[in-house]
Design a protein around this ligand. Structure first.
Ligand code: AHR
Length: 513
């Protein structure tokens, strides 16, 4: 049920603050799988590649997103990865079967190549260690290789391989999705927690300045969710800084076992943020419980290090090929709107979520698609770039009065999804709005309660009548964000009409502090 003249009001007070926005909310994830690394970020055979094998067109688009942190090298891949395969002369690096994705790994792209990529991109690396087939000693050796000054075996090896200065990698994931039967070396929660604690201990003895991230459940649909999370948190609380959560959205939802036969339901899909918030809230409660039970003074935050829409290209069988075309999901308008509500969820939960990484960055469930001679931006590229470029300072707790509409999966949900940020230092405000209605425009009145903006400086919108419309190599700009006419300010009030199925980012300028 929708209203023909639907209208929402929003009250914004720059002192009603949820939390500072961690810049690391705008992170990515690059896994050795499919064509994310090979033919994605590293494509020496492409006529467009530079002398390092990087594609300037891809690099430019990645820079536009302004990724602040990059998780690497997996994912499921990492649970069978020997990091020493990816160092030293390329001609001597082994070809191996990567069991996670039934692919061939050539190791032509490895540790130093990734660090050069991250440096060029201007993003922090977040390195996952192998806790599947890997040992705690190998994890500690990797920290030695990465972070110690020369003078010991692995730090000297790093220098020999061309990088005398320590890399100083700060963020370290303790394995990946160790609860899943698909994971190499799957284990139960208590066994994983023991291994994660021992790995974290050794890694921190190598470099006490590192931050560690333990694995949460791989999805809310796991039978072991949320007991896995509670158990791991209680065992590891003193040894970790962040707790990892993974979540993939789908239309219809859920993604994995019972997708067949469920009808497409766009209204429910566009309300997915109800589920995202619930997931974060459950883990937030588990963190508080573990902190209380362990009487710990430590603080643990959420690291949502795999999130995205993923449900069409589910097959992960690389058939023992190099760079197989797997998980090459094509995104549409409704996916972009869900991604926008997801990013708004990060702002609304900015006190709890401090790191987030979209999975993944190129070709594999990604905002960017490549072929040797071209690339295009998928629909989901636009909300990601707009949030990353403009959400800064603090997240504001805005008061929203919005008409509701009924959804099959989530019951009555507000038509308006909104988040707002305010940066007192620069005087920049940003408001991100999604109209979930498929048919009705929504008039939104924004009302600043304390200092109003001096004016709006920029605004962008994505909208369309077909939620299934997307981009492709032949129509790369079918669905993009375009600049809009800026609303007029009347004192501290502004109104705008949001088209159905739309995402709008509105930037305002205030007197800097
Ligand atoms: O991002 C693709 C895969 O999804 C990752 O390798 C794994 O961690 C998750 O199941």
């Amino acid at each position: 049920m929708t209203h023909p003249t639907a209208a929402a009001t929003v009250s914004i007070h720059t002192q009603r603050v949820i939390s500072e926005i961690s810049p690391l909310l705008f992170g990515g994830f690059a896994e050795h799988m499919g064509r994310c690394i090979y033919e994605g970020i590293y494509d020496p055979a492409s006529p467009l590649a530079d002398e390092r094998g990087f594609r300037p067109d891809v690099m430019k688009a990645l820079k536009e997103i302004n990724y602040r942190i990059m998780r690497y090298p997996g994912g499921n891949f990492v649970s069978g990865y020997r990091w020493q395969d990816g160092i030293g002369p390329r001609s001597e690096r082994p070809r191996r079967r990567a069991l996670a994705w039934r692919s061939i790994e050539t190791n032509q792209f490895g540790l130093h190549e990734f660090m050069a990529f991250a440096e060029e991109l201007g993003t922090l690396p977040m390195w996952a260690v192998n806790l599947g087939t890997g040992t705690i000693q190998e994890a500690a050796d990797l920290v030695e290789y990465m972070n110690l000054p020369t003078g010991t075996h692995f730090s000297d090896l790093r220098a020999k391989n061309g990088h005398p200065d320590p890399y100083g990698v700060k963020y370290w994931c303790l394995g990946n999705e160790m609860d899943g039967p698909w994971q190499i070396g799957q284990m139960d929660a208590a066994t994983y927690a023991d291994k994660a604690v021992q790995a974290a201990k050794l890694m921190r003895w190598m470099d006490p300045s590192i931050k560690t991230i333990a694995c949460g459940s791989s999805s809310t649909s796991m039978v072991s969710f949320p007991d896995w999370d509670r158990t791991v948190l209680e065992h590891s609380f003193e040894h970790i800084d962040y707790f990892s959560m993974h979540h993939y959205a789908a239309n219809p939802y859920p993604t994995v076992s019972n997708i067949e036969g469920l009808p497409i339901d766009t209204d429910s899909y566009l309300a997915s943020s109800v589920h995202f918030e619930e997931h974060a809230d459950i883990l937030g409660a588990a963190i508080r419980l573990a902190k209380a039970k362990t009487r710990s003074k430590n603080n643990v935050f959420l690291c949502w290090d795999e999130w995205n829409v993923w449900y069409r290209a589910k097959g992960g069988d690389g058939e023992w090929a190099e760079a197989p075309h797997i998980l090459e999901e094509e995104y549409n308008l409704e996916d972009a709107l869900v991604v926008a509500t997801w990013l708004s969820t990060f702002l609304r939960k900015a006190d709890l979520i401090k790191i987030a990484c979209i999975a993944q960055i190129v070709n594999v469930i990604a905002p960017i698609m490549t072929r040797p001679d071209a690339m295009f931006k998928q629909t989901i590229f636009y909300p990601l770039a707009l949030f990353s470029q403009h959400a800064s300072g603090v997240a504001l707790d805005v008061l929203v009065k919005s008409p509701l509409h009924d959804t099959k999966r989530h019951g009555p949900v507000p038509l308006l999804d909104i988040s707002a940020s305010f940066d007192a230092l620069s005087g920049k405000g940003a408001t991100f709005l999604v109209n979930r209605s498929q048919t009705e425009p929504l008039t939104v009145t924004l009302n600043w309660e304390d200092v109003g903006p001096q004016g709006f400086t920029q605004g962008w919108q994505m909208s369309g009548s077909d939620p299934m419309a997307g981009n492709s190599f032949s129509a790369p700009d079918a669905v993009t964000a375009h600049e809009i006419e800026l609303p007029k300010l009347d004192g501290k009030v502004a109104s705008l009409v949001l088209p159905p199925l739309s995402f709008t980012a509105l930037i305002s300028h205030h007197d800097p502090a």
